[in-house]
Design a binder for this molecule. Structure first.
Ligand SMILES: [Zn+2]
Length: 435
């Protein structure tokens, strides 16, 4: 289908640049910003008075957590990250079955799309339903119309058999044809739940298939303590020895990496994803080094699909910690999602996500933003920090297909999805209560 988006004001890139003219998308790819809209036999999407931007990306998410929101509190409030994992996250992931995995992915993707997100880098765990689980995530993601990069969180939590099952699920999924809107990574939970040998196996699998390893690192200080107990100087040394820091790796959190370790990551050895809302919720501290990391990417870590809310939390927590902190810095973190996704899809700079010139992916968000003051390329980052929100999302296009129109999903019925998700959440919470 050929799609013409006309009437809006376009911005793309980092730092943002304005572009003129209507936007023509054909075969999933931008055909150029046209000065006149005289095309026939095209589907026309009206963006009158709106902002037209590349769709946003969540650099680290857990779609499996979608149905957990609002679940009953744990029997006692967690006092550490480990207790939070044991009482919340790991009770949740063990209660997931295939149907709940797919429904979580469907509902979570639909939610993210309505927040202007077109690409999701997901980190999945379901230790009682590992085999085939990534196909169920992919099915949910595709049914809603999202673009994604998937992996399974392999871990030693359930012994050698559990690790092998996670490794095999990564290998099975990464080996199959990825499809036009899906790619794979190799996932691991975190170094403190993986032996040196198993870290090495993950790195070897990633290298064999030319994809990144994606794992949590140093979210709190447990990863560092554990690394010293295993005879390493720090957790980064463990990752280096295993060969994981190969330039493609995706490291989530890194809050408890030392300045020297952050310095090594800055040297193009990994992407670091930043989830300030999750870090605040888990009380693990603040990533002070964030402004120093060149390849920083914003993620939501399963909190929800609202990357604009995450960007605003990132901006205000940056300001709270650094008087020099600027909205433009946070824009570059948001734009990091475009760079990471381009890496995962193997796109060269001239055809990368985050730009809407000819040859770039047709992933677009149309924002009906009612900000009272002028919006220009040089103040767009400050409008994002102070004004723009998910409520302004009007249309969303993924690979040239309209997946949200006038704020409503087009590929799923919003009322049906709400009914299904509510029933699914009740079933999930009951399973968690039994465990
Ligand atoms: Zn995470």
């Amino acid at each position: 289908m050929t799609l013409l988006i006309r009437g809006g004001r376009g911005f793309h890139g980092d730092p943002p640049e304005a572009f003129e003219g209507a936007l023509l998308i054909d075969g999933g790819t931008v055909c150029g910003a046209t000065p006149v809209d005289t095309y026939e036999k095209v589907r026309i999407l009206d963006a009158d008075g709106c902002l037209v931007l590349p769709g946003f990306v969540i650099g680290h998410h857990h779609l499996y957590a979608t149905l957990a929101r609002g679940m009953p509190r744990p029997f006692a409030a967690p006092q550490s990250l480990i207790e939070r994992l044991e009482r919340v996250s790991w009770r949740l992931d063990q209660a997931l079955d295939g149907d709940l995995i797919e429904l979580s992915a469907l509902a979570g993707t639909a939610e993210a799309l309505r927040c202007g997100v077109t690409g999701i880098v997901d980190h999945h765990a379901s230790p009682r339903a590992i085999d085939g689980s990534l196909d169920r995530v992919a099915a949910g993601l595709q049914a809603a119309g999202g673009r994604g990069v998937l992996c399974y969180e392999a871990t030693d939590r359930h012994g050698e058999i559990g690790f092998e099952a996670g490794l095999n699920e990564n290998e099975r999924f990464v080996s199959q044809y990825p499809g036009t809107t899906q790619r794979a990574m190799v996932g691991g939970h975190a170094p403190f739940t993986l032996s040196d040998d198993h870290l090495w196996k993950l790195a070897a699998l990633g290298a064999r298939h030319d994809v990144a390893v994606h794992l949590h690192v140093a979210e709190d200080d447990h990863d560092q303590l554990d690394a010293r107990q295993r005879g390493a100087k720090n957790v980064t040394e463990r990752l280096e020895r295993a060969g994981i820091l190969d330039g493609r790796a995706v490291i989530a959190h890194g809050v408890h990496l030392s300045p020297a370790e952050i310095g090594r990551l800055v040297e193009d050895r990994a992407w670091l994803t930043h989830q300030p809302r999750s870090n605040m919720n888990s009380q693990v501290g603040y990533l002070d080094a964030a402004p120093l990391v060149r390849r920083l990417v914003l993620g939501t870590d399963g909190i929800n699909g609202d990357i604009i809310a995450e960007a605003q939390a990132a901006f205000f927590s940056l300001r709270d910690h650094d008087a020099e902190g600027a909205a433009e810095t946070v824009w570059s973190w948001l734009a990091g999602g475009w760079r990471l996704l381009s890496d995962a899809f193997g796109l060269p700079p001239e055809r990368s996500f985050g730009w809407l010139h000819e040859g770039c992916p047709g992933d677009v968000v149309v924002l009906d933003y009612d900000g009272a003051s002028p919006v220009q390329a040089d103040n767009l980052a400050r409008h994002l920090a102070f004004g723009i929100s998910a409520r302004h999302v009007r249309h969303v296009i993924v690979a040239g297909e309209i997946v949200v129109r006038d704020g409503q999903p087009t590929k799923v019925d919003a009322n049906d999805l709400r009914r299904l998700a509510t029933a699914g959440a009740e079933r999930l919470w009951a399973r968690m209560a039994e465990s």
